[in-house]
Design a binder for this molecule. Structure first.
Ligand code: ASP
Length: 358
């Protein structure tokens, strides 16, 4: 961990309700996140550089999709997330983390703010771009969420690309699950309780779970991806895609495919995509909570998102969101040491911020 991250981690230890975010940024048309960040390691600089490039590429792809004839915010968030799913540098699509059994199980959802229609897939293993399958569920079925084999069969019937499960494998994430297995077996040998960060401990994790002796741990390298967008018709959309948690249980589903938790869009309030430990987002209905705080309490998107992330902190979980209102005000609060995120403004300016960069 470099010097500039350590004070943040230490601050979190003493100020558990602290939420980090710059003031809201105006005139944003598309924003993305690449997951919460836990460490700045010199060895990771080249990896971070590649993440930055892929995030810029995702923003440009999303922007182009919104600006093609008939393009919408829904097209923008789908296109941006597809780029991040195709990149091996994030925990979504290729590069997803592994379950305890050493498999990749992917979750994704998408939602549009005008109609409040949405679609999602959960626990899928062979769909190359789960976000496009989520959109197909929204547009071509009477349902909202399809899981497992049924979602895969549907995606293949829709002509979406199907891949061998080995396509999602990356060395970096395989090393993470190997470390997880090692920690678990070491803990067992020592007669202690294995450190399992798969949600079974949700609600019992200490208030600073991501700080281990002053150093953030690999267990909390999240890397879920998401996008929020506002088009020229003033329609909002949100999308989120993930491999979930490293070492999660077989069949565990997080917040990313749950509308109202990890993804939400309502033209009367905002579009939201979250990252962090999904169990907290589900229990606190974070996406909907932010929209509700805006609609019924009159909070700004910035205040509402910070309040919701504060609730996650109080509950003892790590979490972050990106949120965009119908006027283009963008905010990205987090209670973790950092959040990889970026945006593209109305004037075309592209900005990507990794770790705790503001
Ligand atoms: N929220 C995701 C989940 O719990 C994980 C993440 O954000 O990286 O599945």
């Amino acid at each position: 961990m470099t010097n500039h991250t350590l004070p943040l981690a230490l601050l979190l230890t003493f100020l558990p309700n602290m939420t980090y975010a710059a003031d809201a940024i105006p005139d944003v048309v598309l924003a993305i996140h690449g997951g919460t960040a836990t460490q700045v390691d010199e060895a990771d600089r080249p990896f971070a550089q590649q993440m930055r490039q892929d995030m810029e590429k995702a923003l440009k792809a999303g922007h182009a999709a919104m600006h093609k004839a008939g393009g919408t915010s829904l097209d923008g968030v789908e296109a941006a997330v597809r780029v991040l799913e195709d990149s091996p540098h994030f925990n979504a699509g290729k590069g997803a983390v592994f379950t305890r059994e050493g498999q990749n199980e992917l979750d994704a959802s998408i939602m549009e703010g005008r109609t409040k229609k949405g679609g999602a897939v959960a626990s899928v293993k062979v769909i190359k771009n789960p976000i496009s399958a989520a959109r197909a569920v929204m547009e071509h079925t009477p349902h909202v969420l399809l899981g497992g084999r049924g979602a895969e069969v549907f995606a293949s019937q829709q002509g979406l690309e199907i891949v061998d499960p080995s396509y999602f494998w990356t060395e970096r994430k395989w090393k993470q699950i190997e470390e997880y297995w090692k920690k678990e077996s070491d803990a067992k040998k020592a007669g202690g309780t294995p450190r399992v960060f798969d949600g079974r401990e949700a609600g019992t994790i200490p208030s600073t779970p991501f700080v281990d002796s002053g150093r953030a741990t690999q267990d909390y390298e999240w890397g879920t991806v998401g996008a929020v967008a506002l088009d020229s018709e003033k329609d909002l959309a949100a999308a989120t895609s993930t491999g979930g948690l490293n070492g999660k249980m077989y069949g565990r589903i997080g917040d990313s495919p749950i509308l109202g938790a990890g993804t939400y869009a309502d033209n009367e309030a905002c579009a939201v995509s979250g990252t962090g430990q999904g169990e907290y987002f589900i229990r606190l209905a974070i996406g909907h909570e932010i929209a509700a705080l805006m609609k019924y309490k009159g909070l700004s998107v910035d205040a509402a998102a910070k309040e919701a992330v504060g609730q996650i902190t109080e509950a003892g979980g790590p979490g972050a969101v990106i949120a965009l209102d119908a006027k283009g005000n963008f905010t990205a609060p987090y209670n973790t040491p950092g959040l990889h995120h970026g945006y593209i403004a109305r004037d075309g300016q592209v900005k990507v911020m990794l770790y705790d960069e503001q």
